[in-house]
Write a protein that binds this ligand. Sequence first.
Ligand SMILES: [Zn+2]
Length: 190
Amino acid sequence: MNFHMDGSRPIPTIQQANDKELGVDMDDKIQGFSLLSNDSHKHWMEQAFREAEKAFAAKEVPVGAVVVLNNQIIGRGYNQRETLKDPTAHAEILAITAAANHIEDWRLKDATLYVTLEPCPMCAGAILNARIQRVVFGADDLEHGGCGGSVQLCSGKFLNHKVEIIGGILERKCQGILTSFFAESRQIKK
Ligand SMILES: [Zn+2]
């Protein structure tokens, strides 16, 4: 599948990593960015992207997510809102639920959630409730994003638990599959 790469937005998110600068270790550039390398974030984001491809194939808005703990995927999910006829069936919710079931604990406190699109406010709430340590996302969602794109629900004085947010990992690829999906659905409607 060839995805258009023209859908990326240059507006930086929190701790923006630039996936165009291949081979650049952002850890050296941004203090407190993450102990994990940009390469490892890309590796796990590729896995989340595979989930997004499953959504695309199922004619769902292509967003995918994986939860990683101790260098291992413990939960996967892709958007299944139409298939399950469930407004809460976002990729992140399904991945978080699968992860919690897998480790038999609702607390995912040392886990990292990788998701191809910035989480919405509902998913930001689930991330906080699961006490996820870190969220790494691909494309920004400036309209509906709950991790800084539209509103910031993952940090603030009102929270006991703070989530580290890293945006912009494989951003163009993650945005590209969304752009292709919406271009195709517009064509079908014509
Ligand atoms: Zn969501």
